[in-house]
Design a binder for this molecule. Structure first.
Ligand code: PHE
Length: 339
């Protein structure tokens, strides 16, 4: 019996030596150590031995099994290591391949414009306030002194959600919201989306963006309004840009002024962009109407203020010389990557 065990072990060892690959090795392992393998079968035949011999022989078989198993594992590792070495040797870096382009994101030109506007007003002590896009008619119109029959309230111009709920048509309702909550002085800008039932064309969109401004304190004058807006335009478009304040009308400001600046493309001599006028309309403004103060609970005898509102798309288009507003919404990388 002992001879048999030793014989099997020796045969197995020499067969392992003559193996040439992993597959052969595995077949061999099954042949000797598998369920029906040669050594395993020996263990199964133990019943035929005299009971006194069984522990010793069983022990011998198990020792042989353990040694063989170790040898198989070692041989397997050798094959695997050889395989790894071969793979490494076959691998190489093709330094002539073009590199992979690394796409760097950047801010959308509208966001850049927003950020620039914000920074300029931060510099003058304004802070940012926001309000809801879905707004009560009361804030969008009534508290801002729009009479009940004002044309802007028409379904033609405004998106109605319900009888008294609309998509805000401007950022001015946030003036009323802030003043209702906060005592003067107030010095805010309000960036946000606004909605009007306009058809899409190079200069219109049913959704666009505004930045509102509101300054309320004692003895605020139109001179303050002019000073702040002049400083803003100078920082935004250059210090030689000139401003013109044209009388205008808004229900929530009195007096009101439309602000024009000298055309930044022709310096005022007349070109396509300014339609030969030399001037570009840039924002609406005025002194806060006493009726608005009354509607939000400020005493119009004590407080005065100015407000202004500008279209962000318009500013961006002038600043970056973009001739079609739709370019700002279509997310064409060929366009966006220029900024
Ligand atoms: N809300 C006005 C508009 O959308 C702009 C504006 C704001 C005018 C504040 C005066 C004061 O046209």
């Amino acid at each position: 019996m002992e001879d048999q065990i030793r014989g099997i072990e020796r045969a197995a060892l020499s067969e392992i030596e003559s193996c040439t690959d992993k597959k052969m090795l595995e077949t061999l392992r099954i042949k000797y150590l598998g369920k029906k393998g040669k050594l395993t079968s020996l263990l199964r035949g133990m019943g035929a031995l005299p009971p006194a011999d069984r522990p010793r022989i069983g022990n011998l078989v198990n020792q042989a099994k353990t040694r063989l198993q170790a040898r198989f594992t070692e041989a397997l590792e050798q094959y695997e290591e050889a395989e790894r070495q071969r793979a490494i040797a076959n691998e190489y870096t093709d330094i002539t391949l073009p590199g992979r382009r690394f796409w760097l994101g950047r801010k959308h030109p509208l966001q850049q414009t927003f950020d620039e506007i914000r920074e300029i007003f931060f510099g003058m002590g304004f802070s940012v306030a926001e309000g809801p896009d879905v707004e009560l008619e009361a804030y969008n119109f009534d508290k801002l002194n729009f009479p009940p029959e004002h044309p802007a309230r028409d379904m033609q111009d405004t998106f109605y959600v319900q009888d008294d709920v609309i998509l805000r048509t401007h950022t001015s309702p946030v003036q009323a919201r802030v003043m209702e909550k906060q005592h003067p002085p107030v010095r805010i800008i309000v960036p946000g989306r606004v909605y009007r039932t306009d058809e899409v064309d190079p200069s219109h969109s049913p959704v666009f963006h505004q930045v509102e401004g509101l300054y309320v304190d004692r003895r605020v004058t139109m001179g303050d309004l002019k000073g702040v807006l002049t400083e803003f335009i100078h920082q935004m478009f250059g210090p030689t840009t000139q401003l013109r304040f044209r009388p205008s009308f808004f229900p929530f400001t009195e007096p009101s002024a439309e602000v024009d600046m000298t055309c930044i493309f022709c310096q005022g001599s007349g070109c396509n962009v300014c339609k030969q006028k030399g001037w570009l309309e840039i924002l609406g403004s005025g002194m806060v109407d006493p009726n608005v103060f009354a509607a939000v609970g400020y005493n119009p005898e004590e407080w005065t203020g100015f407000a202004f509102g500008m279209g962000v798309e318009r500013i961006a288009m002038l600043k970056y010389n973009i001739n079609d507003m739709r370019l700002l919404y279509t997310n064409d990388l060929r366009f966006l990557e220029q900024f």
